[in-house]
Ligand binder design. Structure first.
Ligand code: CIR
Length: 263
């Protein structure tokens, strides 16, 4: 069905913990401030809700500094939650920590069968296919484990490479509609989006590529005016959101929600 990949009745989010100051990052540009992170997160939740979706916000999980990035330990397809295996040692336990909530808020729960690794940030879903980027966090064993689950739910699965300097496949790409992807020029050049229309982020605005199409709105991180203008010109309804604190620990808009539909 056209549009199923960006039409959502529900989202699951988790309030940032105080421990988010110890969140993983590739480069230290200072710790996020937990209070400011919570304020930005609350605005994010309100914005998703404003599109008409029911957004459930789970309490902070102090044992896991990166647990606000709830996209990484699970993937929800056709209402079914797939419990993933995050590839960073400090994040692996987030999956078991989240499992009970997935059981409560989704239509069912499916577990991966082996000991491979998959982060949700490496998974980009369109209407008909699930693209999975191999990265430092997602390996071939994890992708192989995911394939039969995804295929049983009616999707094709395609494995692509995430360039080594990029944390997650979706750090530099997002779905805008059934045919269109927003991506950095570097990722677009890799050829992984053949068959899609690609809108490239303008020079210097690579971080804007982690956007989310959620119902009628494309959410873009604030401060990337040329990306917002290009998307507006292309006909999308664009809303900007501050992600200054998530950015300090390598997070963006997609990472802070699990987006799904229940019949
Ligand atoms: C991490 O390194 O795992 C977190 N600090 C950031 C995770 C961002 N998640 C995402 O892109 N899906």
């Amino acid at each position: 069905m056209s549009g199923q990949s960006y039409t959502f009745s529900h989202a699951l989010c988790r309030t940032p913990s105080q421990s988010v100051v110890a969140g993983l990052r590739a480069e230290d540009r200072g710790n996020p401030r937990a209070d400011l992170f919570r304020a930005e997160h609350a605005a994010y939740v309100a914005a998703l809700s404003a599109t008409g979706a029911r957004v459930t916000v789970l309490p902070p999980s102090e044992a896991f500094p990166d647990s606000v990035f709830i996209e990484d330990p699970a993937l929800v397809l056709c209402g079914q939650a797939i419990v993933l295996r995050p590839g960073a040692a400090s994040r692996l336990g987030e999956a078991a920590d989240l499992r009970g909530d997935l059981q409560r808020y989704c239509a069912g729960v499916i577990d991966l069968r082996t000991d491979g690794y998959v982060d949700g940030g490496d998974i980009l879903c369109s209407d008909h296919e699930v693209m999975i980027g191999l990265s430092a966090r997602t390996n071939a064993a994890g992708a192989a484990d995911l394939r039969p689950i995804v295929e049983a739910l009616g999707y094709a699965m395609r494995i692509v490479e995430t360039p080594p300097e990029i944390l997650h496949f979706k750090t530099e790409s997002s779905l805008l509609d059934s045919e269109t992807i927003l991506a950095t020029p570097a990722l677009a050049r890799s050829g992984c989006f053949a068959g899609y229309r690609v809108i490239e982020t303008p020079a210097g605005e690579q971080a804007a590529a982690n956007a989310i199409r959620f119902n009628d709105t494309v959410f873009v991180s604030a401060g990337f005016d040329r990306t917002a203008e290009a998307l507006d010109r292309a006909g999308y309804k664009v809303v900007t959101l501050s992600t200054t604190q998530a950015a300090l620990v390598d997070g963006g808009l997609s990472c802070m929600s699990l987006r799904y539909s229940l019949a």
